[in-house]
Design a protein around this ligand. Structure first.
Ligand SMILES: CC(=O)SCCNC(=O)CCNC(=O)[C@H](O)C(C)(C)COP(=O)(O)OP(=O)(O)OC[C@H]1O[C@@H](n2cnc3c(N)ncnc32)[C@H](O)[C@@H]1OP(=O)(O)O
Ligand SMILES: CC(=O)C(=O)O
Length: 543
């Protein structure tokens, strides 16, 4: 099958924005359209001009501001209202004013919907479909017809559903897109209905699925297997209710698993980056476990997985992550063993092949610490300190003795609480004291540590707390109450992710902070144990 035989169609800017909480400005929509074009998507549905003022403006601005190399812009709208003519219907006129090469019309294909929602007769619905399509084609537009509720309609009244498809095609619609509007169908049924419709009408068919049964992608794949040659979806599966078929998943499935040219050659390795770019614009991150593009899509935690991956990455991965612009990661945790430690060390830039005893000791130590409430899978920096300590007695990680840590929070009547902290620390033989105050104990401790240490260790001035999370695991070994703080710092070049565990949040944060301090003070380029040359480069790659 060639590119010309297949239509890959995005409706993020229309159906995607029907998702609860997803609101895009016109500038956002223009930016998403550019991302989709960069990926090589064939058709980009921009919205419903004439119904949504923002979409009317989108098409007006797109005409001068959007220069698309691959994608054809599509305006979406409904068939003319019953009892009018297409030329007199203001919304149909707005579709022409949008000035796009392609128009997609939504039309009812289920008798119950025609009668109850459209409040007209079955014959008038067919007449509206025929006359609206003809009007647009006569005006020089390519027309796709979205047959709403098609699968439910086919079940309720097959003859009528098929008549809708024939009417649209006879009027000049290029493709009729069968919609599982309520998302209630399953793959077997979708496959059968698409095959039946194709056999009975001979009309080029498309597919548009919603995810209410969690089957939108599977239903779309079933439709393609039955002969659909036009596929609609949205980035990250954004869309009404439970969302639409995920366009990114579909692109990878179609190209890598079915040999269907959904995108031009060489574009698929931009998939993850485009997914991230669109998520930046929408402000809605995909799930970590999103297929192909999620942060965890090629991330391995189980020790036995890591052990096999050391031999051959195919053993626990269905594709090479690079094919979709993603990367393999390993997590260290109490569910890992020596292989997890070894792979993570390699990921951080350390060659530990010659230190099997250190690797084994560290695997055991991680299990023990995690049993006491630590968690290293999101704390690479703390893990790296453990690794360096195990690799060599002369590891260069500075010792930090805490001689005093005091925090107080006061909430005077009518004013916001203020915290103050005092610390006394001995770092590599230097004893230093500092005080700090802030909106929270964490803020106050952070300031106190900087006041104490920055004059002695100027490199610490770059260290900034970016964010932190508090977890209260059920209790460490011995049933003692435990707080775990995962903290993320920046040293101006890379993220430093650390973990601290103690009986209360302030103390746990303090440990996480001191790990970041020790890391920054650790000299780069350690001799012995195969320690890497550039700590910063490797930390940057890991985040
Ligand atoms: C399956 C889908 O996702 S289709 C796309 C859904 N997206 C949207 O609805 C977003 C844009 N929608 C809108 O801005 C508005 O709903 C409008 C402008 C389309 C209509 O607004 P209003 O005229 O105020 O009416 P309302 O929103 O209550 O919708 C009811 C009207 O739409 C008509 N209607 C419902 N479905 C359709 C359809 N598929 N084709 C044409 N008209 C339809 C109803 O018959 C009713 O018309 P009537 O008032 O003349 O009887
Ligand atoms: C057209 C459309 O969005 C649907 O039927 O779901």
């Amino acid at each position: 099958m060639g590119m010309q035989d297949f239509q890959f169609y995005d409706t993020t800017l229309r159906d995607g924005t029907q998702q609860e909480g997803l609101v895009l400005s016109v500038d956002d929509k223009l930016a998403v359209a550019r991302c989709l074009d960069r990926l090589g998507v064939g058709f980009v549905e921009g919205g419903w001009p004439g119904a949504v003022p923002k979409d009317t403006e989108f098409f007006r601005r797109a005409a001068t501001e959007l220069s698309l190399a691959n994608a054809v812009l599509v305006a979406f709208g409904a068939t003319r209202r019953p009892g009018t003519s297409a030329s007199a219907d203001p919304q149909v006129r707005a579709l022409l004013t949008a000035g796009t090469e392609v128009v997609t019309l939504v039309a009812k294909s289920h008798p119950r919907h025609v009668e109850l929602a459209l409040r007209t007769t079955l014959a008038e619905n067919l007449a509206a479909i025929g006359s609206t399509v003809r009007h647009l084609v006569h005006a020089g537009r390519r027309v796709f017809l979205d047959a709403e509720h098609f699968f439910d309609g086919h079940r309720a009244n097959r003859d009528y559903a098929l008549e809708v498809v024939r009417t649209a095609a006879e009027a000049g619609a290029e493709t009729v897109v069968l919609c599982d509007t309520n998302g209630g169908s399953l793959p077997d049924e979708v496959g059968e209905v698409v095959a039946d419709t194709l056999r009975s009408t001979g009309v080029p068919l498309g597919i548009h699925c919603h995810d209410d049964c969690g089957c939108a992608v599977a239903n779309t794949m079933a439709a393609v297997a039955s002969g659909a040659r036009h596929v609609q979806g949205t980035v990250h599966g954004y869309g009404e209710r439970c969302g639409n078929a995920n366009l990114l998943t579909l692109a990878a499935n179609l190209i890598l698993k079915c040999g269907v040219p959904a995108l031009p050659p060489g574009r698929l390795d931009d998939l993850a980056a485009v997914g991230r770019a669109v998520a930046e614009i929408t402000g809605r991150s995909p799930a970590a476990g999103a297929p192909y593009v999620g942060r965890s899509a090629f991330t391995h935690k189980g020790g036995l997985h890591a052990s096999a991956l050391r031999v051959d990455s195919d053993l626990y991965q269905h594709i090479d992550p690079a094919d979709v612009g993603n990367a393999m990661r390993t997590l260290v945790s109490d569910m890992g063993g020596r292989s997890s430690v070894l792979l993570k060390a390699r990921e951080l830039g350390y060659d530990v092949a010659t230190a099997p005893e250190a690797v084994a000791r560290l695997a055991t130590k991680v299990k023990e610490l995690e049993h006491r409430g630590h968690s290293y899978e999101s704390a690479d920096t703390s893990f790296e300190l453990l690794l360096r300590e195990e690799l060599s007695a002369n590891h260069g990680v500075p010792s930090v003795d805490v001689l005093l840590r005091r925090v107080e929070t006061r909430a005077d009547c009518g004013s916001l609480p203020r915290s103050s902290a005092s610390v006394r620390l001995r770092v590599n033989g230097v004893q230093a004291e500092g005080d700090g105050s802030g909106d929270s104990p964490v803020d106050a401790l952070d300031r106190a540590v900087h006041q104490a240490l920055d004059p002695w260790f100027p490199q610490l001035r770059r260290l900034r707390l970016a964010e932190y999370q508090v977890r209260l695991p059920a209790g460490g070994s011995g049933g003692r109450a435990t707080a775990r703080v995962l903290a993320s710092f920046t040293d101006g070049r890379a993220r430093l992710n650390t973990v601290g565990v103690d009986g209360d949040t302030d103390a746990a944060f303090f440990h996480a902070l001191l790990d970041a301090v020790r890391y920054v003070l650790t000299p780069v380029g350690r001799p012995g144990g195969g320690v890497r040359a550039s700590r910063q480069e490797s930390a940057a790659a890991g985040h």
